[in-house]
Write a protein that binds this ligand. Structure first.
Ligand code: PXL
Length: 279
């Protein structure tokens, strides 16, 4: 009898186009060799470029998915799209009753195309009810500005924001993919095509500098990164190692990105890059 691999749960929305959310997370888990479980928070209808419909899964059904996953047993958890206040509360209540399990939140507020994935009223509930129970949160610059309540115009601001977010409970990985900064209005953070991700665990800062992969086919990047960190934690890697591996994993997935749909304008990174039989 084979020993079971680590069991890693994603609590997130389905993306019917298969680029982000649960489909991206499950591909990432497969590539990491962990057993992926999923609890759907929402169902969406999407092409690779556009979110056309979003509907939250009712909290009773969400709770039943979460309880069933807990009964199977979990080594790590990734949390993505949370939609609204009842969903945030359902997940927070469930986490409270769970034996301590490392959990990573990708605090998605909007899709790349601008669709709201978390109602504005739900943000304080994420901060008060969810963040204290997490090991790590993985905001991009825009999301880090929302969580910290400050504009991030450069590396020093990013450190200040990371300290503020860490004070809310979890370690924080601020990803540099969107450049400084939507809100502060300053230019790209990439020195000569490099990007910096910033990790703060409450004790020390660590930066991960990597090349910016210039592809328009980037849907699912944030989802894949946080799922990869959760999968690494499922393998009992320390946070810093799990992040280091996840950053390299996303880089490879972006190098394997492909177009989906007419014209090649939109597409997705490929968490299975290098793992696909028959390619
Ligand atoms: O990339 C954030 C995200 C997460 N989850 C779902 C999504 C998206 C973006 O569109 O659709 C389900």
């Amino acid at each position: 009898m084979a020993a079971p691999p680590p069991r890693v749960l994603t609590i997130a929305g389905s993306d019917s186009g298969g680029c982000s959310g649960v489909p991206a997370d499950l591909r990432t888990f497969a590539a990491y060799g962990v057993h992926g479980l999923c609890a759907l928070t929402a169902v969406t209808a999407q092409t690779a470029g556009e979110v056309r419909a979003v509907e939250a899964v009712n909290t009773d059904l969400l709770r039943r998915q979460l309880d069933a996953a807990a009964e199977i047993g979990l080594d790590a958890i990734k949390i993505g799209m949370l939609t609204d206040v009842p969903t945030v509360e359902a997940v927070a209540d469930w986490l409270e009753g769970l034996p301590p399990t490392p959990a990573v939140l990708d605090p998605v507020f909007r899709s790349t195309s601008g669709a709201a994935l978390l109602e504005a009223e739900a943000l304080p509930f994420v901060v008060e009810r969810l963040l204290p129970r997490l090991l790590l949160v993985t905001p991009n610059l825009f999301e880090a500005e929302r969580l910290s309540g400050m504009a991030i115009g450069g590396p020093e601001d990013a450190r200040t924001a990371a300290r503020r977010i860490e004070r809310l409970g979890p370690g924080v990985l601020i990803t540099g993919g969107h450049g400084y900064s939507a809100v502060a209005g300053t230019a790209d953070c990439g020195r000569g095509g490099e990007l910096t991700d910033l990790l703060f665990d409450g004790n020390r800062f660590r930066t991960f500098v990597h090349p910016r992969i210039r592809t328009p086919w980037r849907r699912g990047t944030g989802c894949t990164l946080s799922a990869a960190v959760a999968a690494g934690l499922g393998w009992h890697l320390p946070v810093e190692r799990a992040v280091q591996r996840a950053v390299a994993f996303v880089e490879r997935a972006l190098r394997g990105a492909y177009p989906l749909g007419r014209g090649g304008r939109y597409g997705t990174l490929d968490p299975m890059a290098g793992h696909r039989g028959g390619r």
